[in-house]
Design a protein. Sequence first.
Lengths: 99, 215
Amino acid sequence: MKNPINGLNKVFESRIRLGVMSILMVNEEINFNDLKQMLEVTDGNLATHLVNLEENGYIKVHKGFVGRKTNTTYQITRQGEKAFTDHISALENMIKGIK
Amino acid sequence: MEEKTSTPDSLQDLHDIRKMMNRSSRFISLSGLSGIAAGVCALAGAAIAVSRFNYYKKNNPGMIRTETVDQLTYELLIIAVVVLIAAFVSSFLFTWRRAKNQQLPLWDYTSKRLLWNLCIPLVAGGLFITGMLYYGEWRFVAPACLVFYGLALINASKYTLTDIRYLGYCEIVLGLINMFFIGYGLIFWAIGFGCLHILYGAIMWWKYERKPEVL
């Protein structure tokens, strides 16, 4: 029997990382505060998950300034897009398979 | 977070993904009631404008004296500004209420982007029309209002509920037809900003807000 967990990405087991990826799939570029507001999470929590995604090569980070304030924006990478669509296909297959 | 993924979980995941994609790319709290409110303000404004017109016509047969015409233009401009403010405030209230009911922020990334994209053609149009008035060219004010507003709506439709695009098309068509019926600007203006807004708002309310919302 085929393992239904096949194809599911471990990185996206966290709901916050999944949320970040969903947002970045449909928005070209988005900054830290907007992400924080949409996901309703704390700074530290979000930062940890973003570092994880960056280390996996799924997102790109740009550090910039707006006046004197830092403005960090995030973008999805090709690799990240692929990983995310694969993950969605795996989820769909799992639902189909069990039905 | 290390629990094993099962079917209900993956369904929930897909649901969350869809919700996040939707919510982060579009401002979804725009209320149909806002459209109705803006339409009612526009119709009221048009009615007041018509009554001012008739009043001046009655008292100044022929309307030749320029100072009375200036006075009338001035009054009409004030009516226009008051209508604009009233329409904005009343439509803001209904959208604010809907965002609160949906427990979504009113002022976030999506609403800022929506407003910015709506404002580009709108401000350009506003300045263009001000320029026309500066040269004493009032005949194309109503058509220009309608066309620029339609373009603004179409531009904004990428950042909110897409249905607003159809309202944009209608405004543009109406504005272009108006180009060839110059004397009827106020009627076209009332149809475009009054009737169409009310119709659009009613359809939107029926489609999205009639039943309690599930997000």
